[in-house]
Design a protein. Sequence first.
Length: 133
Amino acid sequence: MVNPGGNVTTGVGVAASGTTLTLNNTGTAIDMSAATADLTIGSVATGGNLRLASASFATFSVASGRTLTFNSNFTNQGNNKTITMGGGGNIVFNGAAGGGVAMGFSIQGGTTVTMNGTGSWGGTSSRKSSMAR
């Protein structure tokens, strides 16, 4: 999607409870480096899951002034993974995060990550915290 007219919400769990969207690529999983609007994935009210199924790592890049929000539960499938979050923007996890196999993360380039849900990343609790790098 290029240059939407406003912020975008996409439907993991928006239409029906228990639905799952799987990101199955190693490398850049979400690229908002040139985003002109914010992106929200899922709905806290109806549940749903966003599952990361890449081989060993994934990158989320969010431009400064933009926000990527995960309202769905964020889970990991397969082997341990490291998620690199960069670009200088904001990434918000409102659903439970870290289910499944262990996930670690690396925050780069002025990016702010806020974890409002319950869960664990790399074996440590990350409830209601905000981190910037």
